[in-house]
Design a protein around this ligand. Structure first.
Ligand code: DGI
Ligand code: FE
Ligand code: FE
Ligand code: FE
Length: 188
């Protein structure tokens, strides 16, 4: 397997400087969350470092992979926002030689979440949202919530993201709605 330094170099080669710096901050934040939650720090760190590896690949590359590698054709209705995680894991496995399904699943779920999320899934999902470079209304509360209670951080993020997508009249990927329905507080 590639060392951490080799992975960092490969990720950097595929991303703008600012996007790479985001990946480093997600790596650091994922390490903190893993320590707080007695989770696998090594896996959390690698997931953070590589999670946006595919973010700047051209659409045609994703479209070809969706056709050739047996992905759900429904994905073609969406775009890079959804593809870079769900399909990005395929490029991470191929190019970075990461075959660990715990890491790959965390990457697959880092944008859309999932009804059932492992601790590493939750750590990456939340670290991406609260890393110190993020600045949006509610980020302070998102950080406080996530550092106090990881699952509460996931719930806070899903409620915020769905609200933001609907306010912007964005198309919602059905699995994002499944995530929302599974994590939204129980109704009376
Ligand atoms: O890659 P990052 O910018 O670090 O963050 P991300 O991968 O969590 O999210 C990328 C974008 O995807 C973000 O603006 C929110 C958006 N997104 C999440 N779920 C959906 C979505 N966009 C659409 N259109 N539909 C979704 O269901
Ligand atoms: Fe992302
Ligand atoms: Fe995210
Ligand atoms: Fe990210």
């Amino acid at each position: 397997p590639y060392s951490r330094a080799e992975l960092a170099q490969k990720v950097a080669a595929n991303l703008s400087e600012s996007r790479f710096q985001h990946c480093l901050r997600v790596e650091e934040t994922a390490i903190k969350l893993a320590e707080l939650n007695h989770a696998d720090v090594e896996r959390a760190a690698i997931a953070g470092l590589v999670h946006d590896y595919a973010k700047q690949l051209p659409d045609e590359v994703f479209i070809e992979a969706i056709h050739e590698a047996g992905f759900d054709p429904e994905l073609l209705q969406y775009g890079n926002a959804i593809w870079h995680g769900v399909v990005g894991a395929y490029f991470i496995e191929r190019d970075l030689g990461i075959h660990d399904e715990t890491i790959l699943n965390a990457v697959r779920r880092h944008t859309i979440g999932a009804p059932e999320m492992t601790v590493i899934d939750q750590i990456l999902f939340v670290a991406d949202f609260i890393e110190p470079g993020r600045d949006f209304p509610g980020v302070v509360q998102a950080r406080e919530t996530a550092f106090a209670d990881l699952a509460a951080g996931v719930r806070f993020e899903i409620l915020n993201t769905l609200t933001f997508l609907i306010e912007g009249q964005k198309k919602i990927y059905p699995k994002t709605i499944d995530t929302y329905n599974a994590w939204v507080p129980t109704q009376a």
